[in-house]
Design a protein around this ligand. Sequence first.
Ligand SMILES: [Zn+2]
Length: 550
Amino acid sequence: MSSRDALRITGGSVHDPANGVDGEVRDVCIEDGRIVERLPQGAPTLDANGMVVMPGGVDIHSHFASSSCNHARRLIPDEHAANPALAPELLDGETPARSGTGGTVPSTFTTGYRYAGLGYTTAFDAAVAPLTARHSHAELDDTPCVDGGIFVLMGNDEYLLRQIEAGERDRARDYAAWLLQSTGGYAVKIVNPGGVEAWKGGQRNVTGLDDAIGGRKVTPRSILETLADAANALRLPHPVHIHANNLGVAGNAATTLASMEALAGRRAHFTHLQFHCYGGGNGQPWSSAASKVIEYVNAHPEVSTDVGQVMFGPAMTITADAPVEYLLHKSSGRRWTNIDIELETGCGIVPLTYKDKAAVSALQWAIGLELFLLSQDPWRVVLSTDHPNGGSFLSYPALIQLLMDRSVRDERLKLANPRLLAGSALADGLAREYSLNEIAIITRAGPARLLGLTRKGHLGPGADADVTIYSRETDLAKMFATPRYVLKQGALIVEEGQLRRALRGRRLRVAPGYDPAVLPGLKRHFDAFSSVCFANYPVQNLPGDPVPVG
Ligand SMILES: [Zn+2]
């Protein structure tokens, strides 16, 4: 079947929260790769009787297509040996199937196949240094089945810091627009604002929002304000995507709340919130500060977040937050990489295993679940494990089960080290169980809305015909791990649980306008400091049309 064909999915319980549909049995009609209102009698049908129909999954924050991921892949030859990924058996006449490697950071084709096998059809790589955007687009080209894009790192880049120091916030905004356009990016990402630059300059890190960075008149606060305002002024589909200062540090909830308050009234997305919700510090033991932080999120509709749940088992930490990775390497003794990306950002990588018997891992696991279970608005608190930082995207089904089934959660909690869990709302007993509709919100409709993707995350007319169909199972982890059918752009890519087609994904990027007056100064900056010629910097031949801005 090609994407031109029509198909009527009949008899399934449809969960399409963006259109107010909560489990109603109704047809979903597809034509020409899109959802349509109706089809003529006699159109081909797919029988979904007794099954659950949802839009394709949308991953708002993942690391799967970047030069950092490639460094991570090189760090774990043992995982490749343990998990060779054979080429799937695709239907005759389809694109050639490719073998690869699995583990915590699968190779590109394997990543695409596995996302599709999970019912996810859209994913964003959340941290790409502008200088390495070309590499990310090449990886996305080789990641089939998912429409994808990249968030572009800003906030530790020399040109931006100079503009902030000079009070040139309008120029900073034009620069952000030029950078997104030049790199084929989708959103502005900030990682540890100023902290990475401080680390590269020989400081250990920054400690709070008002630290001067490298003795300059630039602070984490001024970076947050400048880029949040830039993203909003440019009317980007997704607001600034923030990995706040002090990730992974005891007591960091104070910094997280201060960062949210610094941007009060401005639209902003705070990512992998679990890693930013710790109490204690200053000689006090680690504790959960999830309640306090989620209380703020609940009360502030301009704030959105993804959780960054930790799942027990192997993970790979990959981040532009290079100073954090130094700490993690020191405390874990695991192998590591730390990379400087000239004038722009840094990168650190350390493999990690979250063990239920380790007190801090158990606390992190509990905090993530607290955030989910205390959230009052699933549209603004969406699912992520910060793949592969908190765990692989392959663990989403197990996470969904923890959210939907209190008894499974409580049993798991009993196995976890309780040492740091005093004061955790989870340990005190949280009865909430997510409904199927809430799962559809936090895994598809919510992320799509937060990303401003009007054709994703729903099944209304005009939407991309990305659809996931699950057989009902009492074992919810199994149900969500093995969708019966997955459609991408209207084509059946998974049939009876088997990947059969591997369509090329589309690129999701923006191209906001900017005042060309910014260009001569930028060129002078490149001529003076960069190893890359200004004319060669923009990525050429980006695929597809940009998503409209405004
Ligand atoms: Zn991340």
